[in-house]
Design a protein around this ligand. Structure first.
Ligand SMILES: Cc1cc2nc3c(=O)[nH]c(=O)nc-3n(C[C@H](O)[C@H](O)[C@H](O)COP(=O)(O)O)c2cc1C
Length: 492
Protein backbone atom coordinates (compact mmCIF):
# COMPACT_ATOMS: atom_id res chain seq x y z
CA UNK A 1 0.00 0.00 0.00
CA UNK A 2 1.41 3.30 -1.13
CA UNK A 3 0.63 5.03 2.11
CA UNK A 4 3.02 2.83 4.01
CA UNK A 5 5.82 2.89 1.55
CA UNK A 6 8.73 4.55 3.23
CA UNK A 7 9.63 6.80 0.33
CA UNK A 8 6.15 8.08 -0.08
CA UNK A 9 5.33 8.83 3.52
CA UNK A 10 4.12 12.38 3.91
CA UNK A 11 6.16 14.64 6.06
CA UNK A 12 3.15 16.62 6.98
CA UNK A 13 0.38 14.92 8.94
CA UNK A 14 -2.21 16.28 6.54
CA UNK A 15 -3.20 14.05 3.62
CA UNK A 16 -2.80 15.41 0.16
CA UNK A 17 -5.48 14.93 -2.50
CA UNK A 18 -4.18 11.66 -4.00
CA UNK A 19 -3.73 10.14 -0.58
CA UNK A 20 -7.26 11.15 0.30
CA UNK A 21 -8.52 9.29 -2.77
CA UNK A 22 -6.75 6.10 -1.64
CA UNK A 23 -8.15 6.63 1.80
CA UNK A 24 -11.66 6.66 0.46
CA UNK A 25 -11.20 3.70 -1.91
CA UNK A 26 -9.64 1.31 0.58
CA UNK A 27 -11.71 -1.61 1.87
CA UNK A 28 -9.44 -1.72 4.92
CA UNK A 29 -9.58 0.59 7.89
CA UNK A 30 -6.74 3.10 7.40
CA UNK A 31 -5.37 5.43 10.03
CA UNK A 32 -2.62 7.85 11.00
CA UNK A 33 -1.86 8.04 14.71
CA UNK A 34 0.28 10.64 16.44
CA UNK A 35 2.64 10.23 19.36
CA UNK A 36 0.10 11.89 21.67
CA UNK A 37 -1.90 8.65 21.38
CA UNK A 38 -4.72 10.02 19.19
CA UNK A 39 -5.94 9.19 15.73
CA UNK A 40 -5.00 11.93 13.36
CA UNK A 41 -6.67 10.68 10.17
CA UNK A 42 -9.17 7.86 9.60
CA UNK A 43 -11.04 6.72 6.52
CA UNK A 44 -14.82 6.12 6.51
CA UNK A 45 -14.39 2.33 6.86
CA UNK A 46 -13.93 2.91 10.59
CA UNK A 47 -17.39 4.37 10.83
CA UNK A 48 -19.05 1.62 8.79
CA UNK A 49 -17.22 -1.06 10.82
CA UNK A 50 -17.50 0.29 14.36
CA UNK A 51 -20.37 2.76 14.22
CA UNK A 52 -18.40 5.69 15.67
CA UNK A 53 -18.09 8.93 13.70
CA UNK A 54 -14.57 9.97 12.72
CA UNK A 55 -14.83 12.87 15.18
CA UNK A 56 -15.78 10.50 18.03
CA UNK A 57 -12.81 8.27 17.26
CA UNK A 58 -10.45 11.23 17.09
CA UNK A 59 -11.73 12.79 20.29
CA UNK A 60 -10.26 10.16 22.66
CA UNK A 61 -6.91 8.30 22.87
CA UNK A 62 -7.29 5.38 20.47
CA UNK A 63 -6.15 2.92 23.16
CA UNK A 64 -9.32 3.63 25.15
CA UNK A 65 -11.34 1.61 22.62
CA UNK A 66 -9.25 -1.53 23.17
CA UNK A 67 -10.86 -4.39 25.10
CA UNK A 68 -9.51 -4.35 28.72
CA UNK A 69 -8.30 -7.96 28.35
CA UNK A 70 -6.27 -7.04 25.25
CA UNK A 71 -4.83 -3.82 26.69
CA UNK A 72 -1.58 -5.19 28.08
CA UNK A 73 -0.82 -7.10 24.91
CA UNK A 74 -1.68 -4.07 22.74
CA UNK A 75 0.59 -1.81 24.78
CA UNK A 76 3.39 -4.35 24.52
CA UNK A 77 3.07 -4.45 20.73
CA UNK A 78 2.73 -0.69 20.48
CA UNK A 79 5.98 -0.23 22.42
CA UNK A 80 7.68 -1.73 19.35
CA UNK A 81 6.26 1.11 17.25
CA UNK A 82 8.09 3.64 19.35
CA UNK A 83 11.40 1.97 18.64
CA UNK A 84 12.60 4.38 16.01
CA UNK A 85 15.42 2.06 14.97
CA UNK A 86 13.06 -0.57 13.71
CA UNK A 87 11.50 -0.18 10.29
CA UNK A 88 9.52 -3.42 10.43
CA UNK A 89 5.79 -3.53 10.28
CA UNK A 90 4.21 -4.46 13.59
CA UNK A 91 1.25 -6.84 13.43
CA UNK A 92 -1.15 -7.86 16.13
CA UNK A 93 -4.86 -8.48 16.85
CA UNK A 94 -7.06 -7.06 19.53
CA UNK A 95 -10.73 -6.47 20.28
CA UNK A 96 -11.93 -2.95 19.62
CA UNK A 97 -15.11 -1.42 20.99
CA UNK A 98 -17.96 -0.50 18.60
CA UNK A 99 -20.46 2.21 19.29
CA UNK A 100 -23.13 -0.38 20.23
CA UNK A 101 -20.91 -1.70 23.02
CA UNK A 102 -19.88 -4.94 21.30
CA UNK A 103 -16.26 -5.64 20.33
CA UNK A 104 -14.87 -6.39 16.88
CA UNK A 105 -11.64 -8.30 16.30
CA UNK A 106 -9.22 -6.01 14.47
CA UNK A 107 -5.99 -7.09 12.85
CA UNK A 108 -3.49 -4.21 12.92
CA UNK A 109 -0.47 -3.65 10.64
CA UNK A 110 1.22 -0.50 11.88
CA UNK A 111 4.46 1.31 11.15
CA UNK A 112 6.87 2.72 13.72
CA UNK A 113 6.44 6.39 14.58
CA UNK A 114 8.34 8.67 12.29
CA UNK A 115 7.96 12.41 12.35
CA UNK A 116 5.46 11.89 15.17
CA UNK A 117 3.14 9.72 13.04
CA UNK A 118 2.44 5.97 12.74
CA UNK A 119 0.50 4.58 9.74
CA UNK A 120 -1.92 1.75 10.12
CA UNK A 121 -3.84 -0.70 7.93
CA UNK A 122 -6.47 -2.47 9.96
CA UNK A 123 -8.86 -5.29 9.04
CA UNK A 124 -12.06 -6.42 10.73
CA UNK A 125 -11.45 -10.15 11.28
CA UNK A 126 -14.26 -10.76 13.76
CA UNK A 127 -15.97 -13.58 11.81
CA UNK A 128 -12.78 -15.47 11.02
CA UNK A 129 -11.43 -15.02 14.49
CA UNK A 130 -14.62 -16.19 16.19
CA UNK A 131 -15.26 -19.15 13.89
CA UNK A 132 -11.67 -20.24 14.00
CA UNK A 133 -11.34 -19.81 17.71
CA UNK A 134 -11.28 -22.76 20.04
CA UNK A 135 -14.03 -21.27 22.13
CA UNK A 136 -16.28 -21.08 19.08
CA UNK A 137 -15.71 -24.73 18.24
CA UNK A 138 -16.22 -25.69 21.87
CA UNK A 139 -19.39 -23.57 21.92
CA UNK A 140 -20.77 -25.37 18.88
CA UNK A 141 -19.92 -28.77 20.36
CA UNK A 142 -21.60 -27.75 23.64
CA UNK A 143 -24.67 -26.45 21.82
CA UNK A 144 -25.05 -29.71 19.91
CA UNK A 145 -24.65 -31.70 23.12
CA UNK A 146 -27.18 -29.47 24.85
CA UNK A 147 -29.65 -29.91 21.99
CA UNK A 148 -29.31 -33.70 22.17
CA UNK A 149 -29.78 -33.64 25.92
CA UNK A 150 -32.84 -31.37 25.60
CA UNK A 151 -34.42 -33.69 23.01
CA UNK A 152 -33.72 -36.68 25.24
CA UNK A 153 -35.05 -34.96 28.35
CA UNK A 154 -38.28 -33.81 26.68
CA UNK A 155 -41.45 -35.38 28.08
CA UNK A 156 -43.15 -35.15 24.69
CA UNK A 157 -42.31 -37.46 21.83
CA UNK A 158 -40.15 -35.84 19.16
CA UNK A 159 -39.59 -37.45 15.77
CA UNK A 160 -37.95 -36.30 12.56
CA UNK A 161 -39.02 -37.64 9.18
CA UNK A 162 -36.93 -37.24 6.03
CA UNK A 163 -39.02 -35.46 3.39
CA UNK A 164 -36.48 -36.15 0.64
CA UNK A 165 -36.74 -39.92 0.90
CA UNK A 166 -39.65 -41.94 -0.54
CA UNK A 167 -42.55 -42.33 1.96
CA UNK A 168 -40.92 -39.98 4.45
CA UNK A 169 -39.29 -42.44 6.86
CA UNK A 170 -38.38 -41.59 10.44
CA UNK A 171 -34.72 -40.75 10.92
CA UNK A 172 -34.89 -39.77 14.59
CA UNK A 173 -37.13 -40.57 17.58
CA UNK A 174 -36.42 -39.38 21.11
CA UNK A 175 -36.71 -41.47 24.31
CA UNK A 176 -40.14 -39.99 25.13
CA UNK A 177 -41.46 -41.36 21.82
CA UNK A 178 -40.16 -44.77 22.85
CA UNK A 179 -41.83 -44.45 26.26
CA UNK A 180 -45.18 -43.28 24.84
CA UNK A 181 -45.44 -45.84 22.05
CA UNK A 182 -43.50 -48.78 23.47
CA UNK A 183 -41.45 -49.03 20.25
CA UNK A 184 -37.65 -48.75 20.38
CA UNK A 185 -35.86 -46.43 17.98
CA UNK A 186 -34.26 -49.35 16.13
CA UNK A 187 -37.70 -50.86 15.45
CA UNK A 188 -39.14 -47.75 13.83
CA UNK A 189 -36.31 -45.82 12.17
CA UNK A 190 -36.71 -46.11 8.41
CA UNK A 191 -40.50 -46.51 8.60
CA UNK A 192 -43.30 -44.01 8.00
CA UNK A 193 -45.06 -43.06 11.24
CA UNK A 194 -48.42 -44.40 10.07
CA UNK A 195 -47.62 -47.72 11.80
CA UNK A 196 -49.12 -46.06 14.90
CA UNK A 197 -52.55 -45.93 13.27
CA UNK A 198 -55.30 -48.53 13.47
CA UNK A 199 -58.88 -49.26 12.42
CA UNK A 200 -60.41 -46.67 14.71
CA UNK A 201 -57.97 -43.88 13.84
CA UNK A 202 -59.99 -40.88 12.72
CA UNK A 203 -59.48 -40.67 8.94
CA UNK A 204 -60.36 -36.97 8.72
CA UNK A 205 -57.44 -36.17 11.05
CA UNK A 206 -55.13 -38.31 8.90
CA UNK A 207 -56.40 -36.40 5.83
CA UNK A 208 -55.53 -33.10 7.54
CA UNK A 209 -52.02 -34.45 8.19
CA UNK A 210 -51.60 -35.60 4.61
CA UNK A 211 -52.74 -32.24 3.22
CA UNK A 212 -50.33 -30.35 5.52
CA UNK A 213 -47.48 -32.64 4.45
CA UNK A 214 -48.34 -32.27 0.75
CA UNK A 215 -48.35 -28.49 1.02
CA UNK A 216 -45.29 -28.34 3.30
CA UNK A 217 -47.21 -26.71 6.13
CA UNK A 218 -47.54 -26.94 9.89
CA UNK A 219 -50.56 -28.64 11.49
CA UNK A 220 -51.88 -30.02 14.78
CA UNK A 221 -54.28 -32.96 15.06
CA UNK A 222 -55.55 -35.25 17.81
CA UNK A 223 -55.90 -38.81 16.62
CA UNK A 224 -56.21 -42.30 18.02
CA UNK A 225 -52.92 -44.21 17.81
CA UNK A 226 -51.86 -47.65 19.03
CA UNK A 227 -48.85 -48.60 21.13
CA UNK A 228 -46.69 -51.61 20.32
CA UNK A 229 -48.82 -53.67 22.75
CA UNK A 230 -51.93 -52.65 20.71
CA UNK A 231 -53.39 -50.48 23.48
CA UNK A 232 -54.89 -47.25 22.13
CA UNK A 233 -53.90 -43.72 23.15
CA UNK A 234 -54.93 -40.25 22.04
CA UNK A 235 -51.99 -38.56 20.34
CA UNK A 236 -51.89 -34.77 20.08
CA UNK A 237 -49.52 -34.43 17.15
CA UNK A 238 -47.98 -31.27 15.72
CA UNK A 239 -45.90 -31.56 12.58
CA UNK A 240 -43.79 -28.70 11.24
CA UNK A 241 -41.82 -28.52 8.00
CA UNK A 242 -38.08 -27.86 7.98
CA UNK A 243 -36.67 -25.95 5.00
CA UNK A 244 -32.99 -25.61 4.07
CA UNK A 245 -31.23 -22.37 3.16
CA UNK A 246 -32.43 -22.76 -0.46
CA UNK A 247 -36.01 -22.99 0.77
CA UNK A 248 -36.23 -26.70 -0.11
CA UNK A 249 -38.37 -28.84 2.21
CA UNK A 250 -36.00 -31.39 3.70
CA UNK A 251 -37.63 -32.77 6.86
CA UNK A 252 -40.67 -32.72 9.07
CA UNK A 253 -40.44 -32.61 12.83
CA UNK A 254 -43.31 -34.16 14.79
CA UNK A 255 -44.12 -33.46 18.45
CA UNK A 256 -46.40 -36.01 20.12
CA UNK A 257 -48.19 -35.94 23.48
CA UNK A 258 -50.33 -38.65 25.00
CA UNK A 259 -53.49 -36.67 25.83
CA UNK A 260 -55.71 -39.70 26.57
CA UNK A 261 -56.60 -38.50 30.08
CA UNK A 262 -57.69 -35.11 28.77
CA UNK A 263 -59.68 -36.54 25.85
CA UNK A 264 -61.47 -39.09 28.07
CA UNK A 265 -62.26 -36.46 30.72
CA UNK A 266 -63.64 -34.14 28.03
CA UNK A 267 -65.72 -37.00 26.63
CA UNK A 268 -67.16 -37.76 30.08
CA UNK A 269 -67.88 -34.08 30.65
CA UNK A 270 -69.66 -33.83 27.29
CA UNK A 271 -71.77 -36.90 28.18
CA UNK A 272 -72.64 -35.48 31.60
CA UNK A 273 -73.53 -32.16 30.02
CA UNK A 274 -75.75 -33.87 27.44
CA UNK A 275 -77.45 -35.82 30.23
CA UNK A 276 -78.21 -32.76 32.34
CA UNK A 277 -79.22 -30.85 29.20
CA UNK A 278 -81.64 -33.70 28.42
CA UNK A 279 -83.05 -33.53 31.96
CA UNK A 280 -83.45 -29.77 31.74
CA UNK A 281 -85.25 -30.04 28.40
CA UNK A 282 -87.54 -32.61 29.98
CA UNK A 283 -88.62 -29.94 32.43
CA UNK A 284 -88.59 -26.78 30.36
CA UNK A 285 -89.12 -25.98 26.66
CA UNK A 286 -85.79 -25.47 24.87
CA UNK A 287 -86.30 -21.74 24.22
CA UNK A 288 -87.20 -21.14 27.87
CA UNK A 289 -84.22 -23.19 29.14
CA UNK A 290 -81.92 -21.18 26.87
CA UNK A 291 -83.36 -17.88 28.11
CA UNK A 292 -83.01 -18.93 31.75
CA UNK A 293 -79.41 -20.06 31.21
CA UNK A 294 -78.52 -16.72 29.65
CA UNK A 295 -80.50 -14.66 32.10
CA UNK A 296 -81.54 -16.35 35.34
CA UNK A 297 -84.73 -14.91 36.86
CA UNK A 298 -88.41 -15.14 36.11
CA UNK A 299 -89.93 -15.27 32.64
CA UNK A 300 -93.50 -14.22 31.85
CA UNK A 301 -94.57 -13.80 28.24
CA UNK A 302 -97.93 -12.82 26.77
CA UNK A 303 -99.35 -15.06 24.04
CA UNK A 304 -102.23 -13.65 22.02
CA UNK A 305 -103.46 -16.90 20.63
CA UNK A 306 -103.04 -20.32 22.22
CA UNK A 307 -105.18 -23.42 22.69
CA UNK A 308 -105.25 -25.17 26.06
CA UNK A 309 -106.39 -28.70 26.81
CA UNK A 310 -107.23 -30.29 30.16
CA UNK A 311 -107.90 -34.02 30.42
CA UNK A 312 -109.10 -35.90 33.46
CA UNK A 313 -109.12 -39.64 33.80
CA UNK A 314 -112.57 -40.77 34.83
CA UNK A 315 -112.90 -44.03 36.75
CA UNK A 316 -109.54 -43.57 38.37
CA UNK A 317 -110.85 -43.00 41.90
CA UNK A 318 -112.62 -46.39 42.11
CA UNK A 319 -109.49 -47.98 40.64
CA UNK A 320 -107.45 -46.29 43.36
CA UNK A 321 -109.40 -48.00 46.07
CA UNK A 322 -108.89 -51.41 44.45
CA UNK A 323 -105.19 -51.32 43.46
CA UNK A 324 -101.93 -50.96 45.36
CA UNK A 325 -100.59 -47.35 45.05
CA UNK A 326 -97.53 -48.58 43.12
CA UNK A 327 -99.65 -50.38 40.54
CA UNK A 328 -101.90 -47.37 40.24
CA UNK A 329 -98.99 -45.07 39.56
CA UNK A 330 -97.70 -47.58 36.99
CA UNK A 331 -101.01 -47.36 35.11
CA UNK A 332 -100.99 -43.56 35.29
CA UNK A 333 -97.41 -43.53 34.06
CA UNK A 334 -98.34 -45.76 31.11
CA UNK A 335 -101.20 -43.49 30.09
CA UNK A 336 -99.38 -40.21 30.58
CA UNK A 337 -96.31 -41.51 28.73
CA UNK A 338 -98.57 -42.19 25.74
CA UNK A 339 -99.96 -38.66 26.03
CA UNK A 340 -96.41 -37.26 26.21
CA UNK A 341 -95.57 -39.01 22.93
CA UNK A 342 -98.71 -37.57 21.37
CA UNK A 343 -97.71 -34.08 22.52
CA UNK A 344 -94.33 -34.53 20.79
CA UNK A 345 -96.03 -35.86 17.69
CA UNK A 346 -98.34 -32.85 17.41
CA UNK A 347 -95.73 -30.28 18.36
CA UNK A 348 -97.59 -29.03 21.40
CA UNK A 349 -96.23 -28.30 24.86
CA UNK A 350 -97.06 -30.56 27.77
CA UNK A 351 -97.51 -28.22 30.72
CA UNK A 352 -98.00 -30.55 33.68
CA UNK A 353 -99.94 -33.39 35.27
CA UNK A 354 -102.05 -32.58 38.29
CA UNK A 355 -102.94 -35.81 40.08
CA UNK A 356 -104.77 -37.80 37.43
CA UNK A 357 -105.28 -34.79 35.16
CA UNK A 358 -103.12 -33.82 32.18
CA UNK A 359 -102.61 -30.31 30.77
CA UNK A 360 -101.16 -29.45 27.35
CA UNK A 361 -101.11 -26.26 25.26
CA UNK A 362 -100.56 -25.41 21.59
CA UNK A 363 -99.10 -22.20 20.17
CA UNK A 364 -96.36 -21.63 22.74
CA UNK A 365 -93.59 -21.00 23.64
CA UNK A 366 -93.04 -20.72 19.89
CA UNK A 367 -96.20 -19.30 18.28
CA UNK A 368 -97.76 -21.74 15.84
CA UNK A 369 -100.52 -21.16 13.26
CA UNK A 370 -102.49 -24.38 13.61
CA UNK A 371 -102.46 -24.74 17.41
CA UNK A 372 -106.23 -25.38 17.68
CA UNK A 373 -106.04 -28.19 15.09
CA UNK A 374 -102.93 -29.69 16.73
CA UNK A 375 -104.69 -29.78 20.12
CA UNK A 376 -107.91 -31.14 18.55
CA UNK A 377 -105.93 -33.94 16.85
CA UNK A 378 -104.17 -34.68 20.10
CA UNK A 379 -107.49 -34.82 22.00
CA UNK A 380 -108.94 -37.27 19.49
CA UNK A 381 -105.86 -39.48 19.68
CA UNK A 382 -105.89 -39.34 23.50
CA UNK A 383 -109.40 -40.74 23.37
CA UNK A 384 -108.26 -43.47 21.01
CA UNK A 385 -105.35 -44.34 23.31
CA UNK A 386 -107.67 -44.66 26.30
CA UNK A 387 -110.06 -46.82 24.28
CA UNK A 388 -107.19 -49.11 23.36
CA UNK A 389 -106.02 -49.18 26.98
CA UNK A 390 -109.52 -50.11 28.08
CA UNK A 391 -109.61 -52.93 25.58
CA UNK A 392 -106.20 -54.40 26.44
CA UNK A 393 -106.46 -54.12 30.22
CA UNK A 394 -110.18 -54.48 30.78
CA UNK A 395 -110.01 -51.54 33.18
CA UNK A 396 -113.00 -49.24 32.84
CA UNK A 397 -111.18 -45.96 32.26
CA UNK A 398 -112.41 -42.98 30.24
CA UNK A 399 -111.18 -39.42 29.77
CA UNK A 400 -113.00 -36.18 29.94
CA UNK A 401 -111.39 -33.47 27.85
CA UNK A 402 -111.96 -29.70 27.76
CA UNK A 403 -110.40 -27.28 25.26
CA UNK A 404 -110.38 -23.49 24.95
CA UNK A 405 -108.56 -20.99 22.70
CA UNK A 406 -107.53 -17.50 23.81
CA UNK A 407 -104.72 -15.42 25.21
CA UNK A 408 -102.53 -16.42 28.15
CA UNK A 409 -99.41 -15.54 30.06
CA UNK A 410 -96.78 -18.27 30.08
CA UNK A 411 -93.52 -18.46 31.91
CA UNK A 412 -91.44 -19.62 34.82
CA UNK A 413 -91.77 -18.00 38.22
CA UNK A 414 -90.28 -18.53 41.67
CA UNK A 415 -86.75 -19.59 42.45
CA UNK A 416 -87.08 -23.35 42.96
CA UNK A 417 -88.45 -26.40 41.11
CA UNK A 418 -89.03 -24.54 37.89
CA UNK A 419 -92.07 -25.38 35.81
CA UNK A 420 -93.26 -23.75 32.62
CA UNK A 421 -96.85 -22.80 33.47
CA UNK A 422 -99.79 -20.85 32.09
CA UNK A 423 -102.09 -18.25 33.62
CA UNK A 424 -105.12 -16.26 32.55
CA UNK A 425 -108.84 -16.46 31.75
CA UNK A 426 -108.31 -18.75 28.80
CA UNK A 427 -106.72 -21.30 31.14
CA UNK A 428 -109.61 -21.14 33.61
CA UNK A 429 -112.14 -21.54 30.80
CA UNK A 430 -110.26 -24.57 29.40
CA UNK A 431 -110.29 -26.12 32.87
CA UNK A 432 -114.03 -25.42 33.15
CA UNK A 433 -114.58 -27.05 29.71
CA UNK A 434 -113.07 -30.19 31.17
CA UNK A 435 -114.75 -30.14 34.59
CA UNK A 436 -118.20 -29.48 33.13
CA UNK A 437 -117.76 -32.07 30.38
CA UNK A 438 -118.69 -35.73 30.38
CA UNK A 439 -116.56 -38.88 30.30
CA UNK A 440 -115.55 -39.97 26.83
CA UNK A 441 -116.29 -36.54 25.33
CA UNK A 442 -114.26 -33.51 24.24
CA UNK A 443 -115.96 -30.25 25.16
CA UNK A 444 -114.69 -27.13 23.36
CA UNK A 445 -115.50 -23.46 23.81
CA UNK A 446 -116.97 -21.20 21.11
CA UNK A 447 -113.53 -19.72 20.30
CA UNK A 448 -112.05 -23.17 19.71
CA UNK A 449 -115.05 -24.29 17.72
CA UNK A 450 -114.66 -21.21 15.44
CA UNK A 451 -111.14 -22.41 14.58
CA UNK A 452 -112.14 -26.00 13.99
CA UNK A 453 -115.52 -25.87 12.30
CA UNK A 454 -114.23 -26.13 8.70
CA UNK A 455 -112.30 -29.35 9.17
CA UNK A 456 -113.85 -30.98 12.25
CA UNK A 457 -117.17 -32.44 13.15
CA UNK A 458 -118.68 -30.49 16.06
CA UNK A 459 -122.02 -30.71 17.80
CA UNK A 460 -123.53 -27.92 19.84
CA UNK A 461 -123.96 -28.89 23.47
CA UNK A 462 -125.78 -25.84 24.79
CA UNK A 463 -124.75 -23.36 27.44
CA UNK A 464 -122.80 -23.90 30.63
CA UNK A 465 -122.09 -21.50 33.46
CA UNK A 466 -118.48 -20.37 33.83
CA UNK A 467 -117.49 -18.55 37.00
CA UNK A 468 -116.64 -14.92 36.25
CA UNK A 469 -117.85 -15.28 32.64
CA UNK A 470 -121.49 -16.27 32.94
CA UNK A 471 -123.22 -18.54 30.42
CA UNK A 472 -121.01 -19.85 27.58
CA UNK A 473 -122.02 -21.81 24.52
CA UNK A 474 -120.03 -25.06 24.14
CA UNK A 475 -119.62 -27.85 21.59
CA UNK A 476 -118.62 -31.51 21.45
CA UNK A 477 -115.70 -32.30 19.22
CA UNK A 478 -116.59 -35.56 17.49
CA UNK A 479 -113.81 -36.07 14.97
CA UNK A 480 -112.29 -34.84 11.74
CA UNK A 481 -114.74 -34.22 8.90
CA UNK A 482 -112.92 -36.66 6.59
CA UNK A 483 -112.86 -39.27 9.40
CA UNK A 484 -116.55 -38.86 10.04
CA UNK A 485 -117.35 -39.29 6.31
CA UNK A 486 -115.13 -42.33 5.80
CA UNK A 487 -115.76 -43.73 9.26
CA UNK A 488 -112.01 -43.74 10.02
CA UNK A 489 -110.83 -43.69 13.60
CA UNK A 490 -108.69 -40.70 14.43
CA UNK A 491 -105.86 -42.70 16.10
CA UNK A 492 -102.31 -42.21 14.78
C1 LIG B 1 -42.93 -35.86 11.37
C2 LIG B 1 -44.18 -36.68 11.27
C3 LIG B 1 -44.67 -37.31 12.40
C4 LIG B 1 -45.83 -38.09 12.34
N1 LIG B 1 -46.30 -38.68 13.46
C5 LIG B 1 -47.43 -39.41 13.41
C6 LIG B 1 -47.96 -40.02 14.58
O1 LIG B 1 -47.42 -39.89 15.67
N2 LIG B 1 -49.10 -40.73 14.48
C7 LIG B 1 -49.77 -40.87 13.29
O2 LIG B 1 -50.81 -41.52 13.26
N3 LIG B 1 -49.30 -40.31 12.17
C8 LIG B 1 -48.15 -39.58 12.20
N4 LIG B 1 -47.68 -38.99 11.06
C9 LIG B 1 -48.46 -39.09 9.83
C10 LIG B 1 -48.13 -40.31 8.96
O3 LIG B 1 -46.76 -40.52 8.90
C11 LIG B 1 -48.65 -40.06 7.53
O4 LIG B 1 -48.06 -38.93 7.03
C12 LIG B 1 -50.16 -39.93 7.49
O5 LIG B 1 -50.73 -41.15 7.84
C13 LIG B 1 -50.69 -39.53 6.11
O6 LIG B 1 -50.13 -40.27 5.11
P1 LIG B 1 -50.80 -41.64 4.50
O7 LIG B 1 -52.15 -41.26 4.04
O8 LIG B 1 -49.86 -42.02 3.40
O9 LIG B 1 -50.82 -42.65 5.60
C14 LIG B 1 -46.52 -38.22 11.11
C15 LIG B 1 -46.02 -37.59 9.97
C16 LIG B 1 -44.87 -36.84 10.05
C17 LIG B 1 -44.36 -36.15 8.81
Amino acid sequence: MKLLHEDDRPHSTQLDLSQSAFFKLSLDLLCLRNTDGYFQELNDRWTSTLGWTIEELKSRPWIEFVHPDDLAYTEEMEALCSDSNSDTVIEYKNRYRSKNGSYRWLSWRVSVYENGVSYGIVQDVTENTWRGSGSYRTGVREAVKLRDRALAASSVGIVIADAKLPDMPLIYVNPAFERITGYSASEVLGYNCRFLQGKKTNRTQVDILRQAIDSGKHCTVILLNYRKDKTPFWNELTISPIYDENNILTHFIGVQSDVSDRVLTEKKLRLEKAKSEGLLLNILPRSIATKLKQNPGSIAEYFEDVTILFADIVGFTPLASRLQPLELVKILNQIFSKFDRLADKHGVEKIKTIGDAYMVAGGLPVPQENHAEAIADMALEMQAEIAEFRQTTGEDLQIRIGINTGSAIAGVIGIKKFIYDLWGDAVNIASRMESSGIAGQIQVSQSTRDRLQDRYQLEERGEIYVKGKGEMKTYWLKGKKSDVKTGLKSKG
